[in-house]
Write a protein that binds this ligand. Structure first.
Ligand code: SF4
Length: 353
């Protein structure tokens, strides 16, 4: 006898769940009840959904799985940033990170196993691409930390889509996961608390602009000119800088949200005053903000972190040119060079740096 594999409940939207339950002859409000158990109360046990009949709970357990991916490896730094490697059904794995700050509990999530973009300064980029995550696998990373935080009476306050993978090359699943997290009937995380970071997939940015939600958009620029950008972000060759900026402008116009431009500072590569001036020229007059990310050195990656003085010179030059700029703390969101390292170590037994 062939047994059908159970579907992952987190892969469904509320409307899809409602259609499924309707086909079982259940009244319309049932799906909403299940949705609230899962997305609001973070309940992962059908048996505990006490306002549902026993036969329905059994039918749900037969048709769906709800367990979150197990933790294969875990690291925590002295400031409380916690990175986990989550094991997926097919034996692959992805990283997710919780970054606790004073008034924020930010979760950084992955959208692909590996990444096809191949950024020269990123451990994940050196791994190559394995596969897209499903919507449920993406959202599960948030629910994992949400359940842990709940034990301390805390909540996930922000989500950044800045982990492994290029989210706009896995557009459908990523957007479905974000819509589910944003849904006020369940997890209810405000769109303005969600940031999606892309290397500049132009068609994806334009589609996102039509989504009608105020997600924050971050563009990983990393270089102020085409030639250098292609070296650092090989896949960027597909979308010329001018088109990326035009798409970002369209996003800012459609949403009224300021676009963030991320710029990883690599010593002697893109951190000169000449680069700062070229970057300022590119962004002048745009609804933009630059986030400088001093590189975190990592084994196997041929780059150095600029000195504190050089970082400050770069920042001041942008300010002097009228560009709004911040420097990300090294522990902060998108620990780019560190992204993918936990997985590498787990797979290859590579010792810690
Ligand atoms: S930095 Fe992001 S886009 Fe670039 S290779 Fe790494 S995961 Fe992919």
């Amino acid at each position: 006898m062939v047994t059908m594999a159970k579907a992952f409940l987190l892969d469904l939207s509320l409307e899809e769940l409602a259609a499924e339950l309707r086909a079982w002859g259940e009244p319309a409000y049932r799906a909403r009840q299940v949705w609230e158990w899962v997305w609001r109360h973070l309940c992962l046990d059908f048996g505990a959904m006490t306002n549902l009949s026993l036969p329905l709970r059994e039918a749900l357990a037969e048709r769906f799985r709800l367990a979150l991916p197990p933790v294969l490896a875990r690291e925590q730094d002295e400031e409380g940033t916690e990175k986990v490697l989550l094991g997926l059904e097919d034996g692959t794995s992805v990283e997710a990170v919780l970054i606790p700050e004073e008034d924020r509990r930010t979760v950084c999530i992955s959208t692909q196993v590996g990444c096809p973009v191949g950024c020269a300064f990123c451990a994940t980029g050196q791994m190559g691409f394995v596969r897209n995550l499903t919507a449920g696998e993406i959202a599960a990373q948030v629910l994992h930390f949400a359940r842990i935080l709940r034990e301390k009476g805390e909540r996930v306050s922000h989500v950044v889509v800045m982990g492994m993978g290029e989210p706009l090359l896995n557009h459908e699943a990523t957007l479905k996961a974000l819509r589910n997290l944003n849904d006020p009937r369940g997890f209810a995380l405000g769109a303005r608390r969600i940031t999606l970071s892309t290397v500049g997939v132009v068609p994806g940015i334009l589609r996102l602009a039509q989504e009608g939600r105020q997600f924050n958009l971050a563009i990983s620029l990393h270089a102020p000119d085409e030639k250098l950008r292609r070296k650092l972000v090989p896949m960027s060759a597909r979308w010329p800088l001018s088109e990326v900026l035009r798409a970002a402008d369209a996003y800012a116009l459609a949403t009224g949200r300021r676009v963030t431009y991320e710029y990883v500072l690599l010593s002697g590569v893109n951190d000169g005053l000449v680069h700062a001036r070229a970057l300022a020229k590119l962004l002048r007059g745009r609804l933009a903000h630059v986030n400088l990310i001093p590189f975190n050195p990592a084994p196997g990656l041929p780059f150095e972190r600029p000195s504190a003085g050089q970082i400050e010179l770069f920042r001041r030059e942008l300010l002097a040119q009228g560009i709004d700029v911040t420097v990300r703390r090294s522990r902060g969101i998108r620990i780019q060079a560190a992204c993918g390292q936990l997985r590498s170590r787990h797979l290859h037994g590579v010792p810690r740096a």
